[in-house]
Ligand binder design. Structure first.
Ligand code: HEM
Length: 476
């Protein structure tokens, strides 16, 4: 990939699936499985092609080296697709995920600092207490034998952890019945996905039921989040030492707002980033834990390997009890990697060049939407051996199975480059804590084995129909 210097083929010469006059491929696309459609077209058309949404061309790329280069060349040559920023800004939370340029750079610093390993280490006792709450919830589910929507349950866990770590608030949705903030957050991702792909901003002229639901959800989120911010400001007035030594993200960004030198964040940016962290930390981690639960049921032989490792580490305890144990679980980590290779939260990244660029011999004018097919490269035989087979052992150095090639450039569940996921370490800690507790204490079975679990894209990719029953683990 390079800035254009020599003649290259035009974007119009890119191969593409056959569409209709005027509308192109618009009516062939089902946004809930958009990633799968693009992956199928990629198999037919090769690592670069275009689709037409009306008169607009979208380039699609599935080459590991080029995708890595695109993600690294941010924020200068490349950015996230502009419509992401526009749609999220209109919803009122243009934070670190959707911002670009200087605004992004300032926000990124404070977010990355708040999520760094030192904070995670100190936070471990709260993560443990939250994992125990999740265990009690699943004990009750095992006792009643009820069917549980695994994603929704785990979302309670991820929201409780994010709010404690990032904002110092224990919302304890795990032990709360009735409407909770997740139900409001749940409305946001699908609507970001829908609106960013809409041919025109229809919601400014006509609001359907989903748009009205979104408005209500945003009003609820605003009330909750403003409550966090007001409480935090009060806490800081009561304990002014927190300005010098903030203990979480919210305290840090408020302290930065009032510092004489340093970043001056507006109230809108504080609000935007609280919502961003809630959204970025909730579905992503919960969906990954839920997909891993699905693979526990599908592959009992690998579950037993995870169990053996967890049992040996836990001794008589029912879950992990020390922070250092998180780095002593190579098999569980391999299981999580394999889950994210096949079921990444972001199977495609919508991007856009800030200048004219050349991709694999085609000239891509600036501002052209470019979709990077990050899952396709991870399930392609030129990058991973037996790519469709779930086998955690491909990630183990000690393994004797031969699953070459093993191209880690093609494994991007957390992105890469300056905008890679700053929540990666937190997410991995949550994944390991929850899965270790799950496999040590419970057996899972599908509530309805005849209903297949399917992928659904709603900005992030999530499992549909993942309903399970818990029972207390049978001793071997
Ligand atoms: C398994 C769980 C998670 C996955 C798979 C995941 C994945 C991702 C991906 C793919 C990106 C885009 C990276 C890029 O553009 O290169 C991202 C960005 C981001 N993630 Fe995560 N994430 C997870 C959990 C979390 C958590 C727990 C948090 C924080 C509470 C978080 C906060 C963020 C933020 C703030 C960004 C935007 C970074 C930026 O644009 O500078 N994520 N994540």
């Amino acid at each position: 990939m390079s800035a254009v210097s020599s003649p290259a083929k035009s974007i119009h010469e890119l191969p593409g699936p056959k569409g209709l006059p005027l509308v192109g491929n618009l009516f062939q696309i089902d946004l809930s499985i958009f990633h799968q459609q693009l992956e199928r077209w990629c198999d037919e058309l090769g690592p670069i092609f275009k689709i037409k949404m009306g008169s607009a061309a979208i380039a699609v790329i599935a080459d590991p080296e080029i995708i890595n280069q695109i993600l690294r060349d941010r924020p200068t040559t490349w950015r996230r697709r502009r419509t992401i920023e526009n749609v999220i800004a209109e919803m009122g939370f243009n934070g670190v995920f959707s911002s670009e340029g200087e605004r992004w750079r300032r926000q990124r610093k404070v977010v990355a600092l708040a999520l760094n390993s030192a904070h995670l280490n100190q936070f471990f006792p709260k993560m443990l207490a939250t994992t125990e709450r999740l265990m009690r919830r699943w004990e009750a589910a095992a006792a009643s034998g009820e069917s549980v929507d695994l994603c929704r349950d785990v979302m309670r866990y991820t929201v409780d952890i994010t709010t404690q770590l990032a904002f110092g608030v224990n919302v304890n949705t795990l032990e709360t019945d009735g409407p909770v903030i997740q139900q409001q957050l749940d409305k946001v991702f699908p609507m970001i996905g829908k609106r960013m792909n809409a041919p025109f901003p229809y919601w400014r002229y006509f609001r359907g039921p989903k748009d009205r639901e979104l408005e209500q959800a945003i009003a609820g989120i605003e009330e909750t989040v403003n409550g966090f911010i007001t409480d935090c400001r009060q806490r800081m007035r009561d304990q002014p030492e927190l300005y010098e030594a903030p203990t979480n993200f919210l305290e840090a960004i408020i302290a930065a707002q009032t510092a004489e030198q340093g970043e001056n964040f507006g109230d809108d940016e504080i609000y935007a980033n609280v919502v961003t962290l809630l959204l970025a930390g909730e579905d992503t981690t919960a969906n990954t834990i839920a997909w891993a639960g699905h693979y526990f049921m599908e592959f009992p032989e690998y579950l037993e390997q995870v169990r053996a490792e967890v049992d040996a580490l836990c001794g008589t305890a029912r879950s992990l009890t020390e922070h250092k144990q998180l780095s002593e679980l190579p098999y569980l980590e391999a299981f999580a990697n394999e889950t994210m290779r096949l079921k990444p939260v972001g199977p495609l990244f919508p991007m856009e060049p800030n200048e004219d660029v050349e991709l694999l011999g085609y000239q891509i004018p600036k501002r052209t939407p470019v979709i990077a097919l990050t899952r396709h490269i991870a399930i392609n035989s030129s990058n991973f051996g037996k790519p469709d087979t779930f086998n955690p052992e491909r990630w183990l150095k000690s393994s004797e199975v031969d699953l070459a090639p093993h191209n880690t450039q093609a494994f991007l569940p957390f992105g890469t480059g300056p905008r890679f996921c700053p929540g990666r370490n937190l997410a991995l800690a949550e994944i390991k804590m929850a899965l270790a507790m799950l496999c040590r204490n419970f057996d899972l079975t599908p509530s309805d084995p005849n209903v297949p679990v399917k992928e659904k894209l709603a900005f992030a990719m999530l499992p549909m129909n993942l309903k399970v029953r818990f029972s207390r683990r049978k001793q071997n």
